[in-house]
Design a protein around this ligand. Sequence first.
Ligand SMILES: Cc1ncc(C[n+]2csc(CCOP(=O)(O)OP(=O)(O)O)c2C)c(N)n1
Length: 358
Amino acid sequence: MAVNDRELMQTYDTLQVLSPEGKVLAEEASQLTAEMKRTLFEKMLSCREFDEKAMKLQRQGRIGTYASYKGQEASQVGSAMALEPMDWLFPTYRDHGAGWTHGQDWSRILLYWMGHPDGSITPDGLRIMPQAVPIATQLLHAVGTGWADKLDGKRHASIAYFGDGATSEGDFHEALNFAGVFQTPTVFFCQNNGYAISVPFSKQSASETIAQRAQAYDIKGVRIDGNDIFAVYLTVKEAVERARNGGGPTLIEAVTTRYGSHTTADDAKKYRDQEAVQASWAEKADPVERLRRHLLQEGLLTEEAEADMTEAVRKKVDEALETAESYPKPTRESMFEHVYESASWMAEEQREQRGSTR
Ligand SMILES: Cc1ncc(C[n+]2csc(CCOP(=O)(O)OP(=O)(O)O)c2C)c(N)n1
């Protein structure tokens, strides 16, 4: 079958459960209770609050470079909410909303961006891996933990987060191939925001979608609206349950748009057409606003309740900042620690060249 065959492409049409206007479009939404919907909303509010705060802290010089996820809250919260506590989570440098939803502290995430090694410590008992900066490497690790669990007869899933750019790396293809052959309990969760720094997806790949690449490895591929938290939650839930029950891996492409630049060290205005970005937002609707509309229409949220929620999440983020800022500044020496069990000769040489200044 030719790859561009229309029938095949329809398999990868973008699933939407909640319309940009906040209307339910699919029967499956009935699985979500009112309480669950309010929880999803509160978590997205918290993620938005954290991200906006972190951007301000960077501008004030209180944290280093920062990678914002604003606009991707539905993808991150919806996917992490679908996990069980003992599932493994492999984030990138941008998936703070997912890590926090799965149990990481905001204070640790701030510490990471302050350059503190304690920023990569996960609360006891949780399997949240340190943020992966080398693109796509974490996909192989997620396949590895899944395979180990499978061999041990444990029923856990592993989810790996990555962007569209990561799908051009060899590691992506190796991970999908291995996962397909060994039927590992892995969920590959791609947030496709259309850009890998300045490279648009059209210049990156000839495939129309990322989800269709699952076909090559004979695994399930699904394309969803990544700004629709119901579609994200329900799709990931199904994928982790399939993984847990021996049904093998899934590749999920969550199509989304990020408001900001790649990081605070980048200026997207130089390469992203601002009008197209605005149009895309108008069409897709902000993920927080979309769920807000739904809750208001269904009588599940009042303006007073929202104001209380906003105040509560703000307080939590402020407390996390206080905790992070109470830590002593990291020493330069800490750069050489926690990478290998014993230092490599290259690290030793660099440590010596550095001298003894803090
Ligand atoms: C192996 C590797 N090559 C290059 C880089 C430099 N780099 C950092 S982020 C990035 C783009 C990643 O884009 P994408 O995967 O779409 O994720 P996004 O940042 O958009 O969430 C690149 C090329 C890197 N970190 N690792």
